[in-house]
Design a protein around this ligand. Structure first.
Ligand code: SF4
Ligand code: SF4
Length: 174
């Protein structure tokens, strides 16, 4: 069972997770490690051991900002960002209650905006994020200032080839 999960994540992420020998260079350089419940090296170990449920319920998978620092430091060239991406996708696909629903609300609203317009449309993204997170009133002053400066356009502008963007999502199974 654990081998199946390891193989599945390795295939989906394209990363040689089986080579991880717990040197912890990834965790030593990760700028977000203090926000993680499991540091990056432990996430790798948990994938190796097939601890799927714990990983899908973890905060770590939502706190990774895909900065790629871990990949640059890893002696085995393991990039953890694509691994985290696979785990996030599995969490959403299986309807697992996430450890950090507010981050998930932002993530989902952001990717929906990219899928729809080919780029972020801040006004609709923020509206959806506020509704999902049930946090309607925070940062209204900042939002108003940005709006008045023309930084949050009301009408979305699609990229020239939205279809291509949708195809990329489809190819990635998202
Ligand atoms: S890609 Fe994610 S896990 Fe790797 S260093 Fe950046 S935040 Fe940490
Ligand atoms: S740096 Fe690479 S080998 Fe070392 S613990 Fe992190 S993922 Fe594993």
């Amino acid at each position: 069972m654990s081998e199946t999960f390891l193989q599945q994540v390795m295939e989906e992420s394209g990363q040689p997770i089986n080579l991880c020998y717990q040197c912890r260079k990834c965790s030593a350089g990760c700028p977000m490690v203090e926000e993680f419940d499991f540091p990056p090296n432990m996430v790798m170990r948990m994938v190796q051991l097939g601890q799927r449920d714990e990983l899908l319920r973890s905060k770590a998978i939502w706190m990774c900002i895909s900065c790629e620092t871990c990949g640059a430091r890893c002696p085995n060239e393991i990039k953890i960002a694509p691994v985290m991406d696979c785990l996030r996708a599995a969490c959403l696909a299986e309807g697992v209650v996430p450890a950090d629903p507010v981050t998930v609300a932002l993530h989902t609203s952001f990717t929906e905006s990219i899928k729809t317009f080919g780029r972020v449309h801040e006004a609709t993204m923020l509206m959806k994020y506020k509704l999902r997170s049930k946090n309607l009133t925070s940062d209204l002053d900042v939002g108003l200032k940005l709006f008045l400066k023309g930084k949050i356009p009301l009408l979305p502008k699609k990229t020239k080839n939205v279809r291509k963007v949708k195809e990329i999502f489809q190819a990635a199974g998202r």
